[in-house]
Design a protein around this ligand. Structure first.
Ligand SMILES: [Zn+2]
Length: 65
């Protein structure tokens, strides 16, 4: 069983976080995403478009990022 987490990368601190909006790849492609998120790491608020989103496949322990 696999699970994918939708993440965005903070433009300020560069760290990834999971936005409240969680959709799969196909849904993300169909959406015009432009959402305002607050980064949980540094507190910066920015608008994120589709290109800022990426999926990370969760396979057991986290690696990278
Ligand atoms: Zn940040």
């Amino acid at each position: 069983m696999t699970a994918e987490t939708l993440l965005v990368r903070c433009a300020v601190c560069g760290r990834a976080f999971a936005p409240p909006l969680q959709v799969d790849r196909a849904t993300l492609e169909a959406l015009v995403v432009s959402n305002r998120y607050e980064c949980p790491h540094c507190g910066s608020v920015a608008v994120y478009v589709k290109a800022d989103h990426f999926h990370r496949l969760e396979v057991g322990r986290e690696r990278g990022v």
